[in-house]
Design a protein around this ligand. Structure first.
Ligand SMILES: Cc1ncc(C[n+]2csc(CCOP(=O)(O)OP(=O)(O)O)c2C)c(N)n1
Length: 360
């Protein structure tokens, strides 16, 4: 017997959990201002996230999917993209979206049940949130096919969770993208849990990155709590895509420090000690430590940033709470280009119900 195929999965980390450099800095990270841009947005994202959970707990949001612990994975992805690229998110990539111009008010409106929050003020060409697990990968492959056919120098980027890699859509998108050499980067944010299903019950694969191999594209695993490594890996993958070399699968290994959503209680299925350990390697500590060690950041800077983020979040919350509720028929109006007849009736019933004093 002879071997006809072998594969290797590279792993990248630049900053270890204690903030020590373990690899050479990529070009962008040699400029402290660039690192501070990343760090500031990570802090803003975490401030926002904490506030959004509190708003839900006090009845001011319907539900909310926290991104606690994902800040590096998200901000690193957004920062590597160009404005003309297109993002096909799932439902918790706020850090990437804020970088791209989605407002905090948009996120609050969305989770408050207002469809205007899904029609971002930011990049109008980005896809709306995608709650059906996995379909966003197909949307990204489709967008990338369009860019290729039109000869546009743009890329698509999509994010899926570890649980999402068990969906057929995941493999279908990878297959199409690789066979057509499409300009797309697929990101797996592996936070170890899909609601209550741990990674070990999700796949027998050693890594999720190696799922790229069957499709015929490179797969790389990156420390998803290391914002420098995530951005560097994404920049390289996007450069490949832009240069006509086709798609890449990037697995960012992180941990979901929060409940899955505010409708979940992760303490029912997850060991306390596992979560306590994960807090030691979370993404904010190492970048802050590195910035402080290199003299780019101080305690006073930290205090000022926290105060500034608090103000920005409060302003977004006030604007969200001041937004007049959408008319009831809007839930029908943003669903179809032309409403099917059966739904016309439902729309009329809803309007009649409201006009007769009902509440929605
Ligand atoms: C097609 C489909 N099946 C099931 C669900 C219910 N569901 C919502 S979130 C989720 C788990 C997703 O886990 P993962 O992909 O790991 O992403 P995470 O939320 O952990 O970031 C499931 C099964 C869904 N939204 N869509």
């Amino acid at each position: 017997m002879k071997t006809i195929a072998e594969f290797r999965i590279p792993y990248r980390q630049v900053l270890d959990p204690a903030g020590a450099l373990v690899a050479e800095l990529p070009e962008f990270a040699k400029d402290p201002e660039e690192l501070l841009r990343l760090y500031r947005l990570m802090v803003l994202t975490r401030t926002f996230d904490t506030k959004a959970v509190n708003l839900q707990r006090t009845g001011k949001l319907g539900t909310y999917a926290s991104c606690l612990g994902h800040e590096a994975a998200h901000v690193g992805v957004g920062a590597a993209m160009r404005p003309e690229d297109c993002f096909a998110p799932m439902y918790r990539e706020y850090g990437a979206q804020f970088w791209r111009g989605v407002r905090m008010e948009d996120v609050l409106l969305y989770w408050g049940g207002d469809e205007r929050g899904n029609d971002f003020a930011g990049p109008r060409h980005d896809f709306p949130w995608c709650v059906p697990i996995g379909t966003q990968y197909l949307h990204a492959a489709g967008a990338a096919l369009a860019y290729k056919l039109r000869g546009e120098p743009r890329c698509a980027v999509s994010v899926i969770g570890d649980g999402g890699t068990s969906q057929g859509d995941f493999y279908e998108a990878l297959n199409l993208a690789a066979v057509r050499d499409l300009p797309v980067v697929f990101v797996v944010v592996n936070n170890k849990w899909a609601i209550s299903v741990p990674l070990a019950l999700q796949t027998a694969s050693r890594t999720l990155a190696q799922k790229a191999v069957a499709a015929g594209m490179p797969g790389i695993q990156v420390d998803g709590n290391d914002v420098i490594a995530v951005r560097q890996t994404m920049e390289e993958a996007l450069e490949r895509a832009r240069g006509g070399e086709g798609p890449t699968l990037v697995e960012a290994v992180t941990y979901r420090l929060s409940d899955h959503t505010t409708a979940d209680d992760a303490s029912r299925y997850r060991d306390k000690s596992e979560v306590e350990d994960a807090w030691k390697t979370e993404p904010m500590i190492r970048i802050r430590k590195y910035l402080v060690d290199t003299g780019a950041w101080s305690e006073a800077d930290e205090e000022a940033l926290k105060a500034e983020c608090g103000k920005q979040v409060d302003a977004a919350v006030a604007s969200y709470l001041d937004t007049a509720v959408q008319p009831v028929e809007s839930m029908f109006d943003s669903m179809f280009a032309e409403l099917p007849e059966a739904m016309e009736e439902q729309r009329e019933t809803a309007v009649r119900f409201l006009n007769s004093g009902g509440h929605h």
